[in-house]
Design a protein. Sequence first.
Lengths: 283, 166
Amino acid sequence: MKIFLIILFSTLLLSCKGLVIGGVDIGKAVDITSKAVSDNEINQEQEVVLGEQMTSIILGASTLHPDKNLQTYVNRVGQWVAMQSERTSLHFYFAVVDTQAINAFAMPGGYIIVTSGLIDLLDNEAELAAVLAHEIAHVNFKHHVKAIEKAQSATLLTDLALFAGDVYQAKEGSSDYYQNRAIAESLFNSTITLYSKGLERDDEFHADSSAVTLLARSGYDPYAMAQVLQKLSVLNADDSNLQLLFNSHPHPTDRLSSIENTYDRLTLSEGEILSDRFKMFVK
Amino acid sequence: MKAALFLMLLICSLSINANNSTEAFVTKNVHLKAEPSNHATAITEVAKDQAVVISERQGGWYKAQFQHAIGWIKIFYIRFKASSNTETRSGLGALFSSTQSAHSDVTLTTGVRGINEKQLSEAKPNWLALHNMKEQHTSKEVAELFAKAGLLEKQTVQYAKQEENR
């Protein structure tokens, strides 16, 4: 019966191709949803929409930093590093949120948020690039998408993708994002769980290791990643500003131990640090 | 008067040195190297958990003083003492950077507003902020020019082996 319903639903969706209602391209949304129904995997378009939803929730927990020059600077550094990753078809977006909390977040589809508290901890552009490279690596290797796929039942994953399709349709100024409360809550809960509890330790170590390569490819000092981890390691885990960081990531000393292997395996050039340019934008 | 001036200068100098170096310890038995290189001569051996004073970084090496000897130890074998909740970061900038931080006086205190689990769970989606975030997007062309201005040159570097298997 369930299979029959899925087939029926898919057929109905497919019959909508090319249909535009109220300026909304239903056909495009159907492309997204029918793909999800058929292979139960999130494609890049769905990933971007899903990432937008998650980003809006993270942004709802803080506020964007008012310094436009700082935002532009972080976007330029981030974009340059992202261009050295494998997913060049993605548009990467970066933002600084105004909080003394020390953390950074990557959302599926290329959305990356870093706190001003973390930027305050840094001393040069290479270290900023290291933080962003770690988050870019999470996007590059779809760590969050895989975590959702692993945590959710197959049905719920399809629902999430369908929901993403709904949101895509409702994008043009509609306030109807939460028409399906159950699915909305699933998405919301997935986001909170993911960003409160964090990814698997191996994914974090993987992102650290990949960040070293991305830094080196970008022409930055590749050891800036190890330096950032040293800085994090001296911070007190009991500090409320670090609560989320330490809850969601392995301890920096474990990350330092893990990343040593990466440096041993790579042949690395010196790279740029760019302290002066960093100070021009980070006050 | 001259002696007093000399004394003041000496105190200032000692104070600067104190701010630019930091106590740490080594995580395993290591050699204190004459240069920041695996191939450099070993000056002496530093046993696990021994205290050293770190003054600067060069690539993957920290310049370290052990007793009366000064040399270099790999960044991975050094751990610094964790800071207290109320410690200012005025020392940290000097501790780690080869340059002085322009914003090193941030105080880490408890109870300051930040993103925590509770705030996340109470968050409402902020679509306007998302829109503004997307407005800040930098094009690849601008990023290329930005990199060029910073003398950043693309390098060909593979991922370490563990990534290739994923």
